[in-house]
Design a protein around this ligand. Structure first.
Ligand code: AMP
Length: 479
């Protein structure tokens, strides 16, 4: 199950956690629109409310009032290919002999089946096919014999893949980031407590201050009285595997991830795009909203080089249409592009155009947009893309597409240009990504653009020595 999601957790001194959690889920809505959920603990018992749909639709006043307690976690979930899946809405919550647990997960385990089969063999019954439940059962089992920190460490030793988790164990909120830090997670301070969130924009929304990213392999335990947090570095991998695509597409531009403001990274990538493949046209325009920061960097660098190019909006977005990807069939996806974007004729007609977007996945959006711009009278259309060719699927938590759907999986750039109908097409190089992010290849996950993954994915190449955990069933006690 590819979970591309947003997670939060808060511990407050003297205030109910439900509303701050609700607001922070609003701030993370872009990370998932399929379902939203909150789990709180009031010192006596756990409360939960999980619904399908957008955050604004999933909760009403009564739901929030019923979520009592100053500690809690929340989750927004992205729709997976194939549509709606009620069983996997999160946080996943359950009571075990070892206490109540709630888990919110962003990422994807690559050895889920292995851990699940082993736990099933030991008598664990599962209600979903998601990997979050597998983590919950493993942790609950460890908690029978070990204290909280050791139990988390043991679970981390058995699961392999990407995970940023917020966990509620009784009334304690925890944050965990996988040993290579694939998905983001950060910690912030509020006037009256602490917050963990996938992105710092959620901390800003609560009026808090970003303290720092949670480190790869680190466990953060928020004190339930909201007075502080404790940190435990549970693993120590020599390399990280931060997902570059968070910076390119997924995260909000106003978030700081792994110490970089996403907006600045995108602008730098736009500047690199001009350096690598700039072309002087009458107008430069972004595909809203994903291409906007790239286009502003590109246009700025072009102007510095003396290019006489106007930076203008040529496509208007209907903000009430969701991301094109949620349309399950190709036909629906094609129609959705026209529903979503409409050209402003006066900026396009009779002019040469550079169109800038962050990425091409299936090629549907670009093909439709180029047709739209031609219909609006563009003389030439040059497409510039702020990431390298996406040639392979994501197994680590971004719902991308399968290999046979990816337009760049088996085509040259010239073949793609021809298929989408542009006058010219250029992608950004991998070096430009590593430069703009200030991180080398060895510390990034570039699997979707290189076909080599920093995790041990069955049937795929890996680009490093990975320490995949060995499942040792003999060491587990009965639940
Ligand atoms: P496509 O039409 O399949 O080529 O998709 C490319 C468009 O979808 C670009 O405008 C991207 O901004 C956006 N995009 C890229 N990756 C994703 C993703 N994982 N989920 C949803 N949209 C995406």
């Amino acid at each position: 199950m590819h979970e591309k999601c947003g997670v939060v957790g808060v511990s407050l001194t003297d205030r109910e956690a439900a509303r701050p959690l609700y607001y922070s889920l609003y701030a993370l809505q872009h990370r998932g629109q399929e379902s939203a959920g909150i789990v709180t603990h009031d010192g006596f018992q756990q409360h939960e409310h999980v619904e399908m749909g957008l955050v604004g639709d999933a909760f009403d006043q009564n739901d929030l009032d019923a979520l009592s307690g100053a500690n809690g976690i929340g989750h927004v979930r992205y729709p997976t290919a194939g549509g709606v899946n009620t069983c996997c809405a999160q946080p996943f919550s359950v009571s075990f002999k070892s206490g109540s647990l709630g888990l919110a997960h962003n990422g994807n385990l690559v050895n889920m089946e292995e851990v699940r089969d082993e736990l099933a063999g030991l008598g664990h019954a599962f209600t979903s096919d998601g990997d979050t439940e597998v983590i919950a059962h493993d942790l609950a089992r460890n908690l029978l014999e070990e204290d909280l920190v050791r139990a988390v460490k043991s679970t981390m030793g058995r699961i392999h893949g990407s995970y940023s988790l917020t966990i509620m164990h009784d009334e304690t909120v925890l944050g965990v980031r996988d040993p290579q830090g694939n998905r983001p997670l950060c910690i912030g301070e509020l006037e009256d407590g602490y917050v963990l969130a996938s992105e710092s924009a959620a901390i800003d929304t609560l009026g808090g201050e970003l303290i720092r990213d949670v480190r790869p392999g680190e466990l953060i335990v928020l004190r339930p009285d909201g007075s502080g947090f404790d940190s435990y570095q549970l693993t120590d991998e020599p390399q990280t595997a931060h997902c570059f695509f968070e910076h390119v597409y997924f995260a909000r531009p106003d978030s700081v991830i792994d110490e970089e403001l996403v907006y600045e990274v995108r602008r730098d990538l736009g500047r690199e795009l001009w350096e690598e493949s700039g072309v002087e046209t009458d107008v430069v325009m972004p595909v809203p909203d994903s291409g906007r920061s790239f286009a502003s960097g590109y246009a700025e660098a072009a102007a510095e080089d003396g290019a006489e190019t106007e930076f203008a909006e040529g496509l208007m977005k209907n903000r009430y249409v969701g991301r094109t990807f949620i349309m399950p069939t190709q036909d629906e996806r094609e129609r959705a592009v026209r529903l979503k974007l409409n050209p402003i004729k006066s900026t396009i007609e009779g002019r040469t155009v550079t169109l800038i977007d962050d990425s091409i996945v299936r090629g549907t959006t670009s093909t439709q947009l180029i047709e739209l711009l031609r219909d609006a009278g563009a003389e030439e259309i040059h497409l510039r893309i702020g990431s390298p060719e996406i040639v392979a699927p994501c197994y680590l938590g971004i719902d991308m597409a399968s290999r046979d759907e990816l337009i760049a999986a088996d085509k040259t750039t010239e073949e793609i240009r021809d298929e989408i109908g542009a006058d010219s097409l250029s992608y950004l190089s991998i070096e430009a990504i590593t430069n703009a992010l200030g991180k080398d290849h060895e510390n990034l996950c570039l699997g979707c653009v290189t076909s080599e993954y920093p995790y041990d994915v069955e049937g795929e190449q890996t680009d490093r020595e990975v320490s995949r955990p060995v499942i040792d069933s003999a060491s587990s006690a009965d639940d």
